[in-house]
Design a protein around this ligand. Structure first.
Ligand code: NDP
Length: 444
C-alpha cells in the first residue's frame, strides 16, 4: 500500500464518525502525491504524514449560561490546536448548532495550510461551540460569550493561541469575549483578533476575507488577460465573507445578481444593493426575505438553489459542502467559468472533481479565503507595536498578500505539471512551508 493510502486508512480507523475531517485529510494528502512520491521512504520513516494529521491538543468543555428566563443552559465548547510549527495557533471561533469535533478538526487542519500560505508566522487552530446565536437576545449572546471565555482563557494567549471570529462570531461577540479575557487575566494585548476598533481591532478586518477572495480571483483572471469588468457573479451566503465579496466585485465592475442565507436565496436582476444588504444583515440582523420585500428588482425563493442563477463566476461563501455535484453540473451547464471559494471547503469532493474536469477555474478556500487570517496577522502586528494603521494601508498589504499567495499556488501547481490546478498548488505550497518548519524545529 502506498504511504498516503496507509495514512488515510489510519485516519479513517482512528477518527470514526468524523466525515468532514476525513474528507479534508483525503483531499490534502491525495493532492500531495507528486511530492510524497519523490521521497516516500524518507517521509514514511519520519512519520511525517501521521504527524501532520493529528492535532497537538484538543480542549473540550461545558459552557453553562443563563437564558432570559433565568434557566441555565449548557453547550459544548472546544478549541482544537492543530499544528504550531509555523507559528502561534491561529484560527476562528464558530458558533453554530452544527459544530462538532469533526468539523472543528477539518477546519483546524485546513487552517494550518492556509496560514502557511499567507507567508506569516502562524500555525493552525479552530474552536467554537454548538450554541446557536440565531434568535437569541443580545444579553443571551453576551452571557454565553462570557461563559465560553471563562473556560477558554487558560488555553490561549499572545504567542500561544490567538483566536478570531468565524460563522456566528463577529466584532460584537469578539468584543464580549475580549472584555472577559481582560477581566480574567488583567491584560488583553493581541490575544483575539477581529476586535472592535475601540479594543485594538484593525481597520479592514471586517472586509478582509471577502475583499481578499476577490483580489485572489482578480489575479487569476489577470493571468488570463481578463478582469471582473462586465462579469455576472453569484455569491452564496450573506454573512461577513459574502457581503464584502459582493462589495468588492461590484467595485471592480461586476454585477452580482444573487446571494442566499440558510432559509432561501434572492435573484436581483439589477445587481445587489450592498448598502441595503448590510442594513438587513449587519444592522437589523433580519432574514434575506426582507431584502426582496424592499427591492422591486429582486425575487426571493425559499430553500436551496442560488447556484441555479446563470453566472460567469460563482463564489460559495456560506458553509462546508454547500455546493454538491448537482449544483456543479448546473453551474457548468449555465456557462460558469470560475468557482472561487470564500467559505471553508464549501464544494464537495465530487463537485470539485467535476468542475476541474470541465475546465472550470477553481480556487480552494484555503488559498482564496486567506485574506481574513492575513488581516488578523496585521492586527496582531499593530497590537504588538501599539499602532493603528489607516484602512488604505491594511487594504494594500492585504492585496499584496493575496497576489503573492496566488503566484505561489500557481507556481507550485506548475512545478508538478498541473498548471491551473489550484487545489494541488495550494496544498503543495502550504505543505512545503509546514514541512520546512517541522524539519528545522526538530519535529520530525
Ligand atoms: P457568517 O456567519 O457571517 O455568514 C454565514 C452565511 O452563510 C450566512 O448568511 C448564513 O445564513 C449562510 N449559511 C450558513 N449555512 C448555510 C447553508 N447551509 N445554506 C445556505 N446558507 C448558509 O459567516 P462568515 O461569512 O464569517 O463565514 C462564512 C464561511 O467563510 C465559513 O465557511 C467560514 O469558515 C469561512 N471563513 C470566514 C472567515 C471570516 O473572516 N469571517 C475567514 C475565512 C473563512 P444564516 O444567517 O441563515 O445562517
Amino acid at each position: 500500500m502506498k504511504y498516503i493510502e496507509e495514512v488515510i486508512e489510519k485516519v479513517k480507523n482512528e477518527n470514526p464518525g468524523e466525515p468532514e475531517f476525513l474528507q479534508a485529510v483525503k483531499e490534502v494528502l491525495e493532492s500531495l502525491e507528486p511530492i510524497i512520491a519523490m521521497n516516500e521512504e524518507k517521509y514514511r520513516s519520519q512519520k511525517l504524514l501521521e504527524k501532520l494529521v493529528v492535532p497537538n491538543n484538543i480542549v473540550k468543555f461545558d459552557v453553562k449560561w443563563m437564558d432570559d428566563n433565568g434557566v441555565e443552559q449548557t453547550n459544548k465548547g472546544y478549541r482544537v490546536q492543530f499544528n504550531n510549527a509555523v507559528g502561534v495557533y491561529k484560527g476562528g471561533l464558530r458558533l453554530h448548532p452544527s459544530v462538532n469535533l469533526s468539523i472543528l478538526k477539518f477546519l483546524a487542519f485546513e487552517q494550518c495550510f492556509k496560514n502557511a500560505l499567507t507567508g506569516c508566522p502562524m500555525g493552525g487552530g479552530k474552536g467554537g461551540s454548538d450554541f446557536d446565536p440565531k434568535g437569541k437576545s443580545e444579553a443571551e449572546v453576551k452571557r454565553f460569550c462570557i461563559a465560553f471565555m471563562d473556560k477558554l482563557y487558560p488555553h490561549i494567549g499572545v504567542g500561544v493561541d490567538v483566536p478570531a471570529g468565524d460563522i456566528g462570531v463577529g466584532g460584537r461577540e469578539i468584543g464580549f469575549m475580549a472584555e472577559e479575557y481582560k477581566k480574567q487575566t488583567g491584560t488583553l494585548g493581541g490575544v483575539l483578533t477581529g476586535k472592535p476598533l475601540s479594543m485594538g481591532g484593525s481597520l479592514c478586518r471586517t472586509e478582509a476575507t471577502g475583499y481578499g477572495l476577490v483580489y485572489f480571483a482578480e489575479e487569476m483572471l489577470k493571468k488570463r488577460h481578463d478582469s471582473f469588468e462586465g462579469k455576472t457573479v453569484v455569491v452564496s451566503g450573506s454573512g461577513n465573507v459574502a457581503i464584502y465579496a459582493i462589495e468588492k466585485c461590484e467595485q471592480l465592475g461586476a454585477k452580482v445578481v444573487g446571494c442566499c442565507d440558510s432559509s432561501g436565496w434572492i435573484f436581483d436582476k439589477d445587481g445587489i444593493d450592498v448598502a441595503l444588504l448590510k442594513e438587513i444583515k449587519e444592522v437589523k440582523r433580519e432574514r434575506l426575505s426582507s431584502y426582496a420585500a424592499k427591492r422591486p428588482s429582486a425575487e426571493y425563493h425559499e430553500g436551496k438553489g442560488v447556484y441555479t442563477i446563470k453566472c460567469d463566476i460563482y463564489m460559495p461563501c456560506a458553509t462546508q459542502n454547500e455546493l454538491d455535484l448537482e449544483g456543479a453540473k448546473i453551474l457548468v451547464k449555465n456557462g460558469c467559468f470560475a468557482v472561487c471559494e470564500g467559505a471553508n471547503m464549501p464544494t464537495t469532493r465530487e463537485a470539485t472533481e467535476y468542475l476541474l474536469a470541465n475546465k472550470v477555474l477553481f480556487t480552494p478556500g484555503k488559498a482564496s479565503n486567506a485574506g481574513g487570517v492575513s488581516c488578523s496577522y496585521l492586527e496582531m502586528v499593530q497590537n504588538a507595536n501599539n499602532e493603528s494603521w489607516p484602512f488604505e494601508k491594511v487594504d494594500m498589504k492585504l492585496k499584496e498578500i493575496m497576489v503573492n499567495i496566488f503566484h505561489n499556488v500557481d507556481e507550485a501547481a506548475k512545478e508538478v505539471g498541473q498548471e491551473d490546478n489550484y487545489v494541488v498548488g495550494a496544498n503543495i505550497a502550504g505543505f512545503k512551508i509546514i514541512y520546512d518548519a517541522m524539519s528545522k524545529k526538530g519535529l520530525l
